[in-house]
Design a protein around this ligand. Structure first.
Ligand code: ZN
Length: 378
């Protein structure tokens, strides 16, 4: 497999605009690729449920067997934001977006690696021996919702899902990821004319500011973070603002810690409501669950073995981000996220090195070889 081939494939993918809920073009590209290569392509009905113009895709070389462990390679089709105006630059061994968009290597690097792997297995005539399925999800960036709505009949309890969606170095397996709950706080004061009778109003912004000051911020401890990401309050400068909405998230590797912080939040809301004589409501909702897979598990050992076989040093790490791996573990299917080598995802600084695309594919090809020879560590 040549570096220039996988790089060309990657750049082609980056040129397709695919924000969350607008994945149709990239899905069509993948369907055509499957057709051209005689692969089997199925889709579910996730699009309708998520108001997306595409469903999740399931592409495999043959009808998969439910007897053997099934190797699933997963990457998401959507990008964090629109990339319609992307201008791709390549210099100093890095591919980046020269304009003011993200590159979308998160997660088109994962897709390119999977496509190139399948292409190589086909060429070597080993695809039919590998019980392999490629799963391409929609709406990952909007809360892992595509994977959450996947068709579970396509998987079996012996599936191992490798998600190619991490900014960590190629060869790293992520065995631990956090739980995440989102919350919103509604502060309801009373409106009045700001110039004529401000004393008759109760400013929800003032109460919200007090409340936010009483809350934690950023890193709480090694495995817990707290963030207020959105605040909306008032709508005219001459009106005492009646309504302010605060939205944020809490993530931790231990769910008990999320509960503790949430209790504290609830207490602060009650106290602020009393102090300002306003109505404050607090809502919390789980977004995804964390996972923690031990180093000795076959899904981890097989990946490390494949990495070694590819001549790359394996690494193991944890992440504070969520991925489709969180969803699969929650559905009782073993899954890990793996390093794909893109850097600064979700920013205009995002880049990837062609060398990392090539090494990523080398590892996945070795991983497929272990599965086809049935030398996985089960
Ligand atoms: Zn991603």
């Amino acid at each position: 497999m040549k570096e220039k081939n996988i790089t060309a494939r990657f750049i082609e993918l980056c040129k397709i605009n695919s924000p969350s809920r607008g994945e149709k073009s990239i899905a069509s590209y993948l369907k055509k690729w499957a057709r051209d290569n005689g692969l089997h392509c199925a889709e579910d009905r996730a699009g309708k449920k998520l108001s997306s113009n595409s469903n999740n895709l399931y592409i495999s070389g043959r009808k998969h067997s439910f007897k053997n462990p099934q190797l699933v390679l997963c990457a998401h089709m959507d990008t964090i934001s629109d990339t319609a105006k992307i201008r791709i630059r390549s210099s100093a061994g890095k591919i980046c977006a020269g304009g003011d968009t993200v590159l979308g290597a998160d997660d088109k690097a994962g897709i390119a690696v999977i496509m190139q792997t399948v292409q190589t297995l086909k060429k070597r005539n080993t695809l039919k021996d590998t019980n392999l399925m490629c799963f391409f999800s929609v709406c990952e960036e909007s809360g892992l919702r595509g994977a959450a709505h996947c068709d579970m009949s396509m998987f079996n309890k012996k599936s191992f899902v490798y998600v190619l969606d991490s900014e960590l170095p190629v060869g790293t397996v992520i065995t631990k990821a956090p739980y995440l709950d989102k919350f919103s706080i509604l502060v309801k004061g009373k409106s009045s004319h700001a110039g004529i009778d401000p004393e008759k109003g109760k400013s929800s912004i003032k109460a919200a500011a007090y409340l936010i000051n009483k809350l934690p911020q950023g890193k709480i401890d090694r495995e817990t973070t707290f963030n207020i990401g959105i605040i909306n309050g008032g709508n005219k400068i001459n009106v005492v603002p009646e309504l302010t909405v605060i939205r944020g998230e809490i993530r931790s590797h231990k769910y008990a810690k999320i509960r503790d912080i949430s209790d504290r939040l609830s207490r602060v809301c009650k106290n602020t409501a009393k102090l300002y004589n306003e109505k404050i409501s607090f809502f919390r909702e789980p977004v995804f669950k964390g996972f923690d897979i031990c180093s000795g598990h076959p899904i981890v050992k097989t990946f490390k073995k494949a990495t070694g076989n590819a001549g790359i040093r394996p690494g193991e790490s944890f992440s504070n981000g969520g991925s489709d791996a969180n969803v699969f573990n929650d559905k009782r299917i073993y899954s890990v996220n793996i390093g794909t080598g893109f850097r600064y995802p979700h920013s205009e600084k995002e880049y990837i090195r062609p060398k990392d695309l090539k090494n990523g594919a080398k590892i996945i090809i070795e991983l497929c070889a272990l599965f086809s020879k049935k030398t996985y560590f089960v």
